[in-house]
Design a protein around this ligand. Structure first.
Ligand code: 3EB
Length: 345
C-alpha cells in the first residue's frame, strides 16, 4: 500500500534535545495513602471503583472501569511538590512539571460547549500568568455520553467547539497531545487534566493520518485541536502519545471489525513513534505505558490478547471500558513512550 503523507511539515523538524529530567509515570498496585506519602508524587489517578475523592488535591478519579484489578496511575517528578488552586482550577507542581485539573458541572456553566470553553479559557489564562510552568505537553478530557446527539449536535463536536473557542495565547505555539474519551457515569461533569512543563515540547504529527486540526467539515464545525504526540523537553526520548485509533487520513476504517481496528491502531502508533524519532527496536517496551479504551465488553479479552501478541507485549497496559469520540470506533490507545514506570528512584 502506498501511503500519502498527510503531515503539513515538508520534512522532519530538527530534534532539539531538552534538559528536563523524565517525568516517571507508571501503574502501581499500592495503597493510595502510601503513594501520596511520597513528596515527589505530582499526581495519582484512580479509575473505576477507586475512591471518588481524597483530601489530597494530587488525587483524581476517572470514572472508567478497568478489566482487571485496577492500579493507580502515578506521576513522579523530582519534587518537592507544592499545591495551589484558583477558582475551579487546581494544580500540583515542582520546578519542572505541573499536574493541573479542572472539573466543571455542565448544567451550572451553560452546557457542555460553554463548560469546555470556560475550562480552556481558565487553563489558558493560568498558563499565560505562569512565569515558569506554562507549556502544556499533554491534556486528557473526559465527558459523559460523548456520542449522544446527531450530526453537529453530537456532544463530542460540542466539546470540540468549546475547546477551540477557549484555546488562546497559551496554545499559540501549537496544540499539545490529547485524549478525549467518553465516560458513562451520567454525571455530566466535564473533567480535564493536564501535564505542563518548564520548557516547550515538540508537537509530532502522524504521516498516516491527517493532522486532526485539519479534519474536513464533515466531522464537525470545529476540528479537534490536538497534536498526535508531543516529544517531551527531556534529555532522554520521552513521547506523550495522543489517543490513537483506526483512522487513516481522516477516515475511520474497519467498521465492526475489532481485530482489524486494533491492527490499524497499532500501525498508527508505530508510524507515530517513527515520526517522533524513536528507533524501531526502542518502540513500546517495558519502559513505556499504554492505556487502551475499549467500547464493547466482548472485546476486552481480545484486546489484551492482541496487544500481548504485538510489538507492545512488554508494555504495562491499562485496559478501560469507554466510549470513543466517533461512534464507529471500537478501540483507542494512548500512552507514554520512554518512562521508567514510576518505580525507579
Ligand atoms: C482521532 O484520531 C480520534 O479530541 O482531543 C483522539 C485523541 C481523538 C484526541 C481529542 C480525539 C482527541 O480523531 C479521536
Amino acid at each position: 500500500m502506498t501511503l500519502t503523507s498527510y503531515s503539513s511539515l515538508p520534512s522532519a523538524p530538527p530534534r532539539a534535545q531538552g534538559t528536563l529530567p523524565d517525568l516517571r509515570l507508571g501503574y502501581l498496585h499500592e495503597p493510595l495513602d502510601t503513594l501520596l506519602d511520597d513528596p515527589r508524587v505530582l499526581a495519582v489517578v484512580g479509575f473505576g471503583d477507586a475512591p471518588a475523592r481524597h483530601a489530597d488535591p494530587r488525587y483524581l478519579r476517572v470514572a472508567l472501569q478497568c478489566d482487571v484489578a485496577t492500579p493507580f496511575e502515578v506521576w513522579r517528578s523530582r519534587g518537592p511538590v507544592t499545591i495551589g488552586s484558583q477558582g475551579p482550577l487546581r494544580w500540583a507542581a515542582d520546578a519542572d512539571y505541573e499536574f493541573g485539573v479542572i472539573e466543571l458541572d455542565e448544567a451550572a456553566h451553560g452546557g457542555l460547549a460553554a463548560a469546555a470553553e470556560l475550562a480552556y479559557t481558565a487553563m489558558d489564562a493560568h498558563f499565560a500568568a505562569a512565569s515558569a510552568l506554562r507549556f502544556p505537553l499533554r491534556i486528557w478530557n473526559y465527558l459523559d455520553a460523548i456520542n449522544l446527539g446527531a450530526g453537529d449536535e453530537e456532544r463530542y463536536r460540542q466539546f470540540c467547539s468549546g475547546r477551540a473557542a477557549g484555546m488562546r495565547q497559551g496554545f499559540a505555539r501549537g496544540y499539545p497531545a490529547a485524549t478525549a474519551i467518553g465516560v458513562r457515569d451520567g454525571r455530566r461533569t466535564l473533567q480535564v487534566y493536564w501535564l505542563a512543563a518548564r520548557h516547550s515540547g515538540e508537537a509530532i504529527e502522524n504521516p498516516r493520518q491527517l493532522n486532526a486540526w485539519r479534519y474536513p467539515r464533515q466531522y464537525g464545525p470545529d476540528a479537534p485541536s490536538f497534536a498526535r504526540a508531543m516529544r517531551a523537553p527531556t534529555a532522554s526520548t520521552q513521547v506523550y502519545i495522543s489517543g490513537t485509533a483506526a483512522i487513516v487520513g481522516h477516515v475511520s476504517l474497519h467498521h465492526d471489525d475489532f481485530a482489524a481496528q486494533m491492527g490499524e491502531t497499532l500501525a498508527n502508533l508505530d508510524s507515530l513513534l517513527g515520526a517522533a524519532g524513536v528507533e524501531e527496536t526502542e518502540r513500546f517496551g517495558a519502559r513505556s505505558v499504554l492505556k487502551a479504551y475499549v467500547r464493547r465488553e466482548q472485546d476486552l479479552a481480545v484486546a489484551r490478547a492482541l496487544i500481548a501478541a504485538s510489538a507492545a507485549s512488554a508494555t504495562p497496559l491499562l485496559l478501560l471500558r469507554a466510549d470513543i469520540c466517533r461512534s464507529e470506533l471500537l478501540i483507542e490507545i494512548d500512552g507514554v513512550q520512554g518512562t521508567s514506570n514510576g518505580t525507579a528512584d
